[in-house]
Design a binder for this molecule. Structure first.
Ligand code: KMH
Ligand code: ZN
Length: 309
């Protein structure tokens, strides 16, 4: 029997802006509702970012995270995963504040620096809800998403050693798998390692199935039995790459952080709609969906009783 599939849902992120979709969760209440519905639809892990409730800008304030995290955990047993990617342009300290304050079961860790170009998204719009949106997108034409070896060491020591938090290792290119192998070689991390392969970011590896096959092959060689892997693809490749990951024995991530659409040209009305869609696809192919508790066991998480929000 094949393993069940861990569905992660990333309900809002720090990439898309309010003008792009009226359904993008913004306030702590919106984010909590979106996460709870996604968990009810079958997401075992919720990957979280916060936004300024008035402007929708990515916001590092721990009190915003604590607000929606306590609401979500009151209504669901999903694993909560706090982003340390934050919003493009935040400092390393800002990016870590929420995870340090909430001591979550999981946090993201971006395992390499890269160009992270979201400026092409500005071409679709001429009118904006907020002035910051076009400036933020355009800024990424000359932006490096910095995740140096020193940054990786800092995050691992703060969160893994300080809080027992396990990581969603975000790998945007082949070299990032080797950066992770280096990190593991330092002896700072305990298996199993949860590798999130990211396709289709401008600056990272493209959404081509040959790339997925190759990254998977190399990850198998580097991490063998000591890892679980998952796939997310940005934009229109989201569902096809998620399906392919399940078919190759992996896990998957959906959510409005990665795509605002549910089908060609059709904005998704919610995060739960994306979870429901991918769940239907993979169940119809004969796979089952992992519960939060199965996920905790497979990823050796510390447990929802050892968090501080
Ligand atoms: N927006 C994704 C491509 C993070 O939060 O650490 C990357 C991401 C980064 O999820
Ligand atoms: Zn994220």
């Amino acid at each position: 029997m094949s393993k069940s599939v861990i569905i992660t849902c990333a309900p809002t992120g720090g990439i898309h802006t309010p003008t792009m979709s009226p359904h993008l969760p913004i306030t702590p209440e919106d984010i909590a509702d979106a996460a709870i519905e996604a968990a009810q639809a079958g997401a075992a892990v919720i990957h979280l970012h916060a936004r300024n409730p008035e402007t929708g800008q990515p916001d590092p304030r721990p009190e915003l995270f604590a607000d929606f995290m306590s609401r979500i955990s009151a209504e669901s047993d999903a694993v909560l995963n706090v982003s340390t990617g934050g919003g493009l342009g935040m400092s390393r300290e800002e990016r870590l504040r929420a995870a340090v304050a909430t001591s979550p079961e999981m946090a993201s860790l971006n395992v390499g620096s890269l160009n992270f170009g979201i400026f092409p998204m500005a071409e679709k719009h001429t009118q904006w809800k907020h002035d910051w949106e076009p400036e933020f997108l355009e800024m990424t034409r000359d932006f490096i998403f910095k995740n140096t070896f020193a940054d990786l060491e800092y995050v691992v020591k703060e969160l893994a050693h300080g809080h027992g938090t396990k990581f969603e290792f975000e790998c945007y290119d082949l070299g990032h798998l080797y950066n992770l192998a280096w990190l593991i070689d330092q002896g700072w991390l305990e298996p199993p390692f949860f590798v999130q392969m990211v396709f289709g970011v401008l600056g990272g590896v493209g959404a081509d199935l040959d790339n997925l096959q190759h990254l998977h092959t190399i990850a198998e060689k580097l991490f063998g039995d000591s890892y679980e892997w998952s796939v997310l693809a940005a934009g229109r490749h989201q569902m096809s790459f998620a399906t392919q990951a399940a078919m190759l024995g992996g896990n998957l991530r959906v959510g409005m952080e990665d795509s605002l659409y549910i089908g060609p040209g059709e904005l998704t009305p919610s995060n739960a709609a994306q979870v429901t869609k991918i769940r239907g696809i993979i169940e119809s192919l004969g796979y089952t969906v992992a519960t939060p508790d199965e996920t905790r066991q497979r990823l050796a998480l510390k447990g929802a009783d050892r968090v501080t929000f």
